[in-house]
Design a protein around this ligand. Structure first.
Ligand SMILES: [Zn+2]
Ligand SMILES: [Zn+2]
Length: 346
């Protein structure tokens, strides 16, 4: 095999299936035959821009939530035929953050230095990158489940960081898969009441079917803050912002009780977001940023699925072949489409 089938990003909102050269094997790399790759909301930004974040020329392929079977282990101790997944963070391994076990905050990561963003990803028959980022998959983690490790690790890290505890009242603002998974994880940690704030009912279809949320608030309602205060008898202990807008951050800041926590997960396109800072000051609201997860938590996320404690597959609404990617991304930006998570199955 000299070439492979890949979903190449040709220009703004234009993905085409083409035959391209196999990925290059660099020192420390290993190659896999891709089995499955989750379609992520963060792919949308590159898809709209029509390019990845790297300066490299040549066909660009997205895809950072994937698993596969080792075809060439390179110098690593993996063996051909083993099932693996990759942690997409391209950390340097030598800076102060990496040495402290905080590779997700690596001085060189800056929110963009991921596989499938700055170098080719896995919407292709083959993928090659650093073997040091690869992890073996237990048999109890299916290919489709492995395509959901990425959003689950983000939800897992955010919930661990929040310190949600027994009896807490928890709010999730945002209806994407990460927000919905946060609701389930908060319940697992003992939250007594978990609510979601949404602007579109279509996007809560899966949440309602799964039933982890006790209440649904309408983010468009100008009196939503009062409604929330009433439902919680004084405010939430923790609110998760999973949209990335000033309005939704404000909604979280007004929804928590004095001294409550707001965990910010949403990626904002606008680098500056106005919000009610004085309310946060006067009520001593704690604002916490949360991104990706630690390297240890990546392994814990695999174990969370492998143990049967968390089944991410129930969040999948669509399983499609590689040539369904373009359509999946078009559907993802349609606010009236109930699509929650697509996994591309090779
Ligand atoms: Zn992702
Ligand atoms: Zn580093």
């Amino acid at each position: 095999m000299n070439t492979m089938k890949a979903a190449v990003l040709k220009g703004p909102k234009d993905i085409r299936i083409e035959q391209i050269p196999l990925p290059e094997m660099k020192p420390g790399y290993m190659e896999i035959a891709v089995s499955a790759c989750g379609v992520c909301g963060s792919d949308i930004h590159m898809w709209k821009a029509g390019k990845g974040w790297a300066s490299e020329s040549g066909p660009f392929v997205m895809g950072h939530e994937f698993c596969g079977v080792v075809t060439n282990p390179g110098e690593s101790d993996f063996k051909a035929g083993e099932r693996v997944t990759f942690w997409a963070n391209l950390y340097c391994g030598t800076c102060d953050m990496c040495r402290a076990g905080l590779e997700h905050l690596c001085r060189e990561v800056d929110g963009k230095n991921y596989m499938g963003f700055v170098c080719n990803g896995a919407y292709a028959e083959r993928f090659a990158n650093r073997a040091s980022n690869a992890y073996r998959l237990p048999d109890s983690v299916s290919d489709i489940a492995a395509g959901l490790i990425d959003p689950l690790m983000v939800a897992y890290h955010a919930v661990q960081k929040s310190g949600v505890k027994l009896l807490d009242k928890v709010l999730v603002v945002g209806t994407g898969i990460i927000g919905q998974m946060i609701g389930e994880l908060a319940k697992m940690r003992g939250a007594s009441y978990v609510a979601i704030s949404k602007v579109n009912d279509v996007k809560t279809r899966k949440a309602r079917e799964l039933g982890f949320f006790d209440d649904y608030f309408d983010g468009n309602d100008p009196h939503v803050a009062e409604a929330m205060r009433e439902a919680t008898a004084g405010g939430f202990d923790v609110a998760f912002e999973a949209v990335g807008l000033g309005e939704t951050l404000d909604e979280c800041v007004s929804a928590v009780k004095p001294g409550g926590k707001v965990v910010m997960i949403g990626n904002s396109i606008d680098p500056k977001i106005p919000f009610s800072m004085n309310r946060a000051v006067l009520q001593e609201v704690q604002l916490l940023g949360s991104v990706s997860c630690t390297r240890v938590e990546f392994e814990e996320t695999i174990r969370l699925i492998a143990s049967g404690a968390f089944d991410p597959v129930k969040y999948v609404t669509d399983i499609l072949p590689l040539d369904g990617l373009q359509r999946a991304l078009e559907r993802q930006i349609n606010p009236n489409d109930p699509l929650l998570k697509t996994v591309i199955k090779m």
